[in-house]
Design a protein around this ligand. Structure first.
Ligand code: SAJ
Length: 409
């Protein structure tokens, strides 16, 4: 095959399918057999707009197939999870085992690209794992037996993966210039966006810097929302006014920052340079502290109401997706559910509640109208499109906590 993609999650699978749709012969590899079977049946394991038909096309044309073990390929893309350890350093165990699984199949001059987000130095670490497994190969580009290693961080936005996969600019950085050039050629063959060539460490740091930039800016918005609340100022109006300044663009506050990227990646910078990163660390702490502020407010507001019922609108980590990973909204609902409150959860993008909620007798998955009609307090946690369309003047008699400001304008 042309490319073997190791790890068929939220990034690896769309990348594999996308490359296959651009004429490359692709093998997807994942340790999870059930997942592999699903993919070979063209079943999309998660919701992403526009992805289902692309997967059907490339599986039926046999441009993409999946199995649990790698094979020989010109190029490999490693797109496995990089969670953090308890001390917030990057956990490379998935990268290490992906590298060990593909090492036996490596031919001289093969290219291995790490797409998983990782701390500076991780691509070099992966290269060393490969050479430990295959001492007959070399990282020296002058050797006949050399292999090529690069980092190319993924930058697609969940919810917009199909458009961004094709048109986003990509940063590629090799452990040497030959590796950079090989990676550049690969990505040029299926991306229409600019391919920006650097070295591995800079490419790693670029990705972390992008997500930290967003985290710091969301923290600024979240801190403003807390300040405004205490000063009785409408933060949404405030931000809209300030954003009329030609050089100001404040992001939107919310119930906290979720997902597996923005809430994680800044820690990789902090753990790489702990004494040099007070701003990045504080931004993380501000965003992680936001769910508690929402909880305190809701508990305060329902204090006098006997057996209160709450309509919780949204548990996904952001609008118009079904992804619950690191979701601040889910964690707020889980914590509220520990009290005597009745909670009707509305989440249009899922059909069953996660087990942390479904096992509780005071929590139910409801339809939007039913939940609102029966509620004492309406708690907006996600700005899903159907929520924005609700005529909220209908329930003027209810207490509303709108963490996303969807009914403000
Ligand atoms: N959020 C706010 N206020 C805002 C914007 C976002 O509270 O103004 C919250 C969201 O509700 C969500 C979290 O931040 O809980 C993250 O959402 P997001 O849409 O900012 O980002 P992700 O995590 O879906 O995707 C990010 C993107 N990175 C950047 O925009 C710099 C994406 O391009 C990356 O590929 C992705 O991380 C990744 O995989 O690293």
């Amino acid at each position: 095959v042309d490319v073997c993609v190791i790890g068929l999650g939220y990034i690896g699978l769309p990348t594999a399918a996308f490359m296959a749709s651009k004429g490359l012969k692709v093998l997807g590899v994942d340790v999870n057999q059930t997942y592999v079977d699903k993919i070979n049946n063209s079943e999309v394991p998660f919701y992403e707009p526009g992805f289902s038909s692309l997967l059907k096309d490339v599986v039926s044309s046999k441009s993409l197939s999946a199995q649990t073990t790698p094979i020989e390929a010109d190029s490999y893309i490693v797109a496995v999870p990089t969670p953090f350890n308890d001390d917030k350093t990057v956990d490379t165990s998935y990268i290490d085992s992906a590298a060990r699984s593909l090492a036996p199949f490596l031919r001289p001059k093969a290219l291995v690209v790490l797409e998983s987000t990782a701390a500076p130095g991780t691509t070099e670490h992966m290269a060393n794992v490969l050479i430990d497994e295959r001492p007959d190969l070399s990282l020296d580009p002058e050797s006949d037996n050399h292999i090529l290693i690069a980092h190319c961080p993924e930058r697609v936005l969940p919810g917009k993966i199909m458009e961004e996969m094709e048109s986003n600019a990509r940063v590629v950085g090799g452990i040497n210039s030959q590796s950079s050039r090989a990676a550049e050629r690969l990505y040029r063959s299926f991306c229409t966006g600019e391919i920006l060539v650097s070295n591995a460490r800079t490419a790693e740091m670029a990705k972390l810097a992008e997500n930290s930039f967003r985290d710091v800016n969301i923290a600024f918005a979240n801190e403003l929302s807390i300040v405004c609340e205490s000063l009785d100022i409408n933060v949404w109006e405030l931000i809209s006014l300030a954003n009329h300044h030609p050089r100001v663009n404040i992001l939107q506050p919310g119930p906290g920052v979720g997902g597996h990227c923005i809430a994680v990646d800044p820690w990789f910078i902090v753990s790489s340079a702990p004494t040099l990163t007070p701003l990045i660390r504080t931004a993380r702490e501000v965003n992680d502290g936001k769910p508690n502020k929402v909880l305190d407010k809701v508990k305060e507001l329902v204090k006098g109401i006997p057996s209160p019922t709450i309509a919780a609108l949204g548990i996904a980590f952001k609008a118009d997706i079904d992804d619950l990973r690191e979701s601040p909204s889910l964690s707020i609902v889980e914590q509220l559910a520990q009290s005597e409150l009745r909670i009707n959860v509305v989440e249009p993008n899922i059909s069953v509640l996660p087990s942390s909620l479904s096992k509780l007798s005071n929590v139910e998955l409801s339809k939007l109208d039913d939940a609102i009609v029966g509620a004492d307090l309406v708690l907006v946690l996600v700005d899903h499109t159907p929520f924005k369309a609700v005529d909220h003047s209908r329930f003027a008699n209810k207490i509303v906590v709108d963490t996303k400001g969807i009914w403000n304008n």
